[in-house]
Design a protein around this ligand. Structure first.
Ligand code: KG4
Ligand code: ZN
Length: 405
């Protein structure tokens, strides 16, 4: 294995810093390095990232296929899979980085929010690791990490608006600092990724030859390309509620009813692929995109009116697993273009769960000296953890001044 310093030099050369990398780059690369560990849901991820954002080594074990076969995430199964893989995943990330544990500046681990049994495995492993190697520990909020990943990839100054959409979350927030978020809206029931996963299951897309290994969201995006959304007129949720919150459960009922009706018309049993599956996928994707776009539009108007974003080059960051969806990205591009905002999305690999975003959040906190604990401090996981200061309640967040765009 190459020693750490050789590895960093090689990375710098790969990055285009030929024979004489600036001293500052070398110093920065050598100065602080964080190991990040993610186990909040169904991915066991680890990565070693330096404070310039260079990923020195990473490893990811996805449980997706097993949960697909089980028809959803069974927490005890997720827990066992994290337990079986965490040691190897962390070892792999460290080996690939060439950074020995003694040279780590800190270990950052997701401790909230997420599945209790999954969070517990990452936290337990990390606590043992930091004690053994006597390293500082940085507990990480999973959604904060999603929100700030973009800053590892390009220069984005605070404050900026962020829309996070995944299997577990749907929220709009203003990121004002590493540890300072203003929550403008959240989902009242389920998250869009969860809805897409459930609709895909109801449509038995796992039996579709092109979709058997895809997540629900990916399967719906793929089939929608060949579908006609106009064949199903689903109502966009919360049309009469003028805030920035989301709701997807009612939309799922509409879709389930339409599927039932079509099954009766086609004379087939639930569990069989419908002929019109592409059209249902297209209409579902369109309605989810439209709901996300309308709420985000209102949030942008609210932020502008209350001067929550800079007047020059205000930014919307879109992230989370559902942000990989190109149709949803396009819908949000239309909104940002009409409101003179720039839209930034991390590439799909960084939108879904991974260890890199956790390591990077550790780097951000380390740089600002925020939330760094000694190896002996007791830390507990929190399955439920709101993001930042919640101003979604009507009396504090008069977003209702902005009717549906
Ligand atoms: O962020 P993530 O990896 O995990 C969490 O939920 O935290 O997101 C996974 C979710 C799943 O619900 C999956 O169906 C959805 O993201 N997803 C997509 C796409 N790729 C993944 N949804 C829509 N379109 C996609 N291309
Ligand atoms: Zn996530």
């Amino acid at each position: 294995m190459w020693p750490f310093k050789v590895k960093v030099m090689w990375r710098l050369l790969q990055c285009g810093l030929t024979s004489h990398p600036p001293a500052s780059a070398l110093t920065a690369s050598f100065s602080r390095v964080v190991l990040g560990i993610e186990t909040s849901c169904d991915d066991t991820g680890a990565a070693v990232v330096d404070e310039t954002g260079v990923i020195l080594g990473e490893s990811l074990h996805s449980q997706k296929e097993i949960h697909l076969r089980n028809g959803g995430i069974i927490p005890t199964v997720a827990q066992q899979l994290h337990r079986d893989n965490i040691e190897r995943v962390v070892q792999e990330a460290l080996e690939r980085s060439g950074v020995p544990p003694t040279q780590l500046s800190a270990v950052a681990t997701t401790v909230k929010p997420g599945l209790a049994l999954s969070l517990g495995i990452g936290l337990e492993f990390s606590r043992r690791f930091v004690r053994q190697h006597n390293k500082p520990f940085i507990p990480i909020h999973h959604m904060e990490a999603h929100a700030l990943t973009i800053r590892m990839l390009q220069a984005v100054a605070f404050p900026f608006l962020v829309l996070l959409v995944s299997g577990g979350h749907s929220l709009l927030a203003v990121a004002r600092d590493v540890d300072d978020f203003l929550l403008l809206g959240h989902t009242l029931d389920e998250a869009p990724g969860d809805t897409l996963d459930k609709v895909a299951r109801r449509l038995s897309l796992i039996k579709h030859p092109q979709c058997s290994t895809l997540s629900g969201g990916q399967a719906i995006e793929l089939l929608a390309k060949e579908g006609d959304r106009r064949r199903f007129a689903f109502t966009t949720p919360m049309g009469q509620i003028y805030d920035c919150c989301f709701s997807f459960a009612g939309l799922r009922s509409q879709i389930t009813m339409a599927i039932k009706k079509k099954e009766e018309e086609e004379g087939i049993q639930p569990g069989t692929l419908l002929n019109c599956v592409n059209d249902i996928a297209a209409a579902t994707q369109h309605t989810v995109a439209s709901h996300l776009a309308k709420r985000t539009h209102r949030a942008i108007l609210f932020c502008k009116a209350h001067k929550l974003l800079p007047s020059s080059n205000p930014t919307l960051v879109l992230s989370g697993g559902v942000a990989s969806n190109q149709y949803i990205r396009k819908a949000l591009t239309i909104i940002t273009e009409t409101t003179q905002m720039q839209l930034l999305c991390p590439p799909p690999k960084f939108c879904t769960d991974n260890g890199v975003m956790i390591a990077w959040n550790g780097v951000e906190r380390l740089r600002e000296g925020k939330g760094i604990l000694s190896s002996s401090v007791d830390v507990f996981y929190e399955p439920k953890a709101p993001l930042g200061v919640d101003i979604t309640a009507e009396h504090t967040c008069p977003t209702s001044q902005y009717p549906d765009p």
